[in-house]
Design a binder for this molecule. Structure first.
Ligand code: Z5A
Length: 233
């Protein structure tokens, strides 16, 4: 259900993390959440897509298991959207109404990049889905973690090594697919510079974290005061 923006957002803040495989999103979501909990005095809700609510997590398992792949990118986009509807209604919008800071690992830009630019689904279809599924609940800030796809895939493979887990539905795509993804995320950042910031994710985790903190402090100054104003950043 779509509700008016002013009413639903209260004083909440919505930050999404985007990028290719192994870009370090989960690592940096956890680090930013710890910083915000310690310094903002606000409740922080950490979540992810696909998933984030019990029903959406069920859809996640099917999507990453490749169940929808034979039906093509439109059907996959519909399933990601079904998961997103539940996630927004059950978790994200209530948290924003309570005034929380919501940190979400992937959101609409992943649909644009994976099913759209890399998967070939018409951008007009994706825009229509966003209108009806997301409505006014757009991120205040989107951090796009950028690095060469070869490096991200190596990181993701390294993480899976020894666990017995193979590549999932999307990790198993070709390098050309992952290169299109990277270009798509960078194109989104160029098209929406007010909302998006590109972070060089090829550096060590501490350097990436510092860049993210500085970006949050400058883009959303109420959340994380810059050094000097309360001695942090
Ligand atoms: N998808 C879609 O197609 N359409 C949609 O609308 C949505 C999603 C919402 C979700 O998978 C999949 O769904 C995703 C897109 C698609 N494709 N895939 N696969 P997921 O949530 O399971 O996977 P992911 O989002 O790609 O995340 P990831 O592979 O887990 O990577 P990450 O979260 O960006 O990275 P990480 O787990 O923090 O780090 C990966 C490894 O690198 C780990 O061992 C870290 O310790 C290490 N690491 C992290 N940072 C660094 C630095 N800076 N240097 C060196 N090593 C590092």
């Amino acid at each position: 259900m779509i509700v008016p923006d002013a009413e639903e957002r209260a004083q909440g803040a919505f930050i999404t993390f985007e990028g290719g495989e192994g870009a370090g999103k989960s690592t940096q979501v956890a680090r930013l959440a710890a910083t915000l909990r310690a310094r903002s005095g606000r409740a922080v809700c950490v979540t992810r897509e696909p998933g984030g609510s019990p029903r959406a997590e069920e859809i996640r398992a099917a999507l990453l298991g490749g169940v929808a792949k034979p039906y093509g990118p439109f059907a996959e986009a519909l399933l990601f959207s079904a998961a997103r509807i539940d996630h927004l209604d059950r978790l994200i919008r209530p948290a924003l109404r309570r005034g929380e800071i919501v940190l979400c690992d992937r959101f609409i830009d992943s649909t644009r990049a994976y099913q759209g630019a890399a998967g070939g689904l018409d951008p007009a279809v994706i825009a229509a889905l966003e209108r009806v599924v997301v409505g006014p609940t757009r991120p205040d800030l989107t951090l796009i973690l950028d690095l060469p796809p070869e490096d991200g895939l190596a990181r993701a493979a390294g993480r899976g090594a020894g666990t017995g887990q193979g590549a999932d539905r999307f990790e198993a795509e070709s390098l050309a697919f992952h290169t299109r993804l990277r270009e798509a995320f960078l194109a989104i950042a160029r098209a929406e510079p007010q909302r998006c910031a590109v972070i060089d994710a090829a550096r060590d985790p501490d350097s990436v974290e510092s860049a993210i903190r500085a970006t949050v402090a400058s883009r959303l100054p109420g959340l994380l005061p810059l050094k000097g104003s309360r001695g942090v950043a």
